[in-house]
Design a protein around this ligand. Structure first.
Ligand SMILES: *[C@@H]1O[C@H](CO)[C@@H](O)[C@H](O)[C@H]1NC(C)=O
Ligand SMILES: *[C@@H]1O[C@H](CO)[C@@H](O)[C@H](O)[C@H]1NC(C)=O
Ligand SMILES: *[C@@H]1O[C@H](CO)[C@@H](O)[C@H](O)[C@H]1NC(C)=O
Length: 315
């Protein structure tokens, strides 16, 4: 057992009925350490986030996190491990069946781009979580071929990542019933897993994305991101749902939409027209609270963590 985990295990368990985010418990922010006069325990890099509910924290998400490289259809510059090392705590990825029937991370089809099996991707994440005990991750997988959720369960199980998965005590959780980051860390359930289609009660830790979230439109080609409308689920209201903003810009090349790399330093800026902060402000104006996920391409360009910190009110 890690020393810090041992110390945390000695702390009083936070109340199982989540407290309003404004209630601050000092017990989780600093822990005396025999090795140092004072050690600040951070949750996802910020001690202030320890007492905040999962549903009250904004995370920049790596859109199409598995599609890494210089090709027009790629969405990220650096590997998933490097994404996590850089501070990304929300990974989105798209899956399809490859020609052999293996659940794989493929872009539209496995002929266009095949980034390997879902199992191998999840194993990479498992290795990273093992090495980073104070971090909570969110994974949102797209079930592109609408396969049975049991295939995702198999991949989560064989990768070992399932051992970290959070299962809500009742389903669906209301917005204010989500545990805090510290509660997730203390319980060892540091992975919150969502699937966009096909989730059901048979696999209770794979949560149905659209029960919990709505999303704004994707495939945006207007660099000003002038909207924050509810695109999916169709006809949904914001009531009771967290939400994900699709803040990645496409450009049409010969009729095919590909990520607009030229615009990244305005798209992924923290402030200014077309920035993450500007679109989030539009959303906050409409819904009275910040997005829980903001999906971006090429997160390493622009200033995405400054935008995240501003939305979370941390520095
Ligand atoms: C968290 O709660 C604060 C205070 O109500 C709010 O300003 C902020 O938008 C919330 N963030 C999210 C992601 O819900
Ligand atoms: C998924 O597969 C399981 C058995 O592996 C079966 O019980 C379940 O009904 C299937 N779900 C759907 C939606 O087909
Ligand atoms: C945008 O990126 C270019 C180089 O790619 C840089 O020279 C310029 O300063 C950047 N603009 C902003 C607003 O960051």
């Amino acid at each position: 057992m890690h020393l810090l985990s041992a110390l945390l295990a000695l702390l009083p368990t936070p109340s199982p009925s989540p407290l309003p985010s404004t209630t601050s418990l000092s017990l989780t922010s600093t822990v005396p350490s025999p090795l140092a006069t004072s050690t600040t325990i951070a949750c996802n890099g910020h001690s202030e986030l320890c007492t905040r509910a999962f549903s009250n924290i904004t995370q920049i998400g790596a859109h199409d996190s598995a599609f890494v490289g210089p090709l027009p259809q790629d969405n990220q510059d650096v590997s998933v491990t490097d994404q996590l090392n850089a501070g990304i705590r929300f990974l989105q990825a798209q899956s399809h069946l490859d020609a052999l029937g293996t659940l794989s991370l493929c872009h539209t089809t496995c002929i266009e781009e095949d980034a390997g099996s879902v199992e191998s991707y999840l194993s990479t994440v498992k290795t990273w979580l093992d090495a980073n005990p104070n971090e909570v991750l969110t994974i949102l997988l797209v079930n592109g071929d609408n396969v049975n959720v049991s295939m995702f369960d198999t991949a989560y199980t064989s990768s070992g990542l399932k051992s970290y998965a959070y299962t809500p005590p009742s389903s669906p959780l209301t917005l204010d019933a989500w545990p805090t980051l510290q509660e997730l860390i203390t319980a060892g359930t540091r992975l919150v897993a969502f699937l966009d289609a096909g989730a059901d009660a048979s696999i209770p830790y794979i949560l149905d994305e659209f029960t919990y979230f709505f999303e704004t439109p994707y495939d945006t080609t207007d660099p000003t991101f002038p909207q924050c409308t509810i695109d999916r689920p169709p006809g949904a209201t914001a009531d009771g749902r967290m939400y994900i903003v699709n803040h990645f810009l496409d450009v049409s090349i010969g009729g095919i939409d590909v990520p607009d790399r030229e615009a990244l330093n305005t798209t992924n800026a923290a402030t200014g027209t077309g920035s993450i902060g500007a679109q989030a402000d539009l959303c906050i104006g409409l819904y009275g609270r910040a997005p829980v996920g903001v999906l971006v391409d090429f997160f390493d360009q622009g200033d995405v963590f400054a935008a995240q910190d501003a939305l979370n009110g941390v520095s």
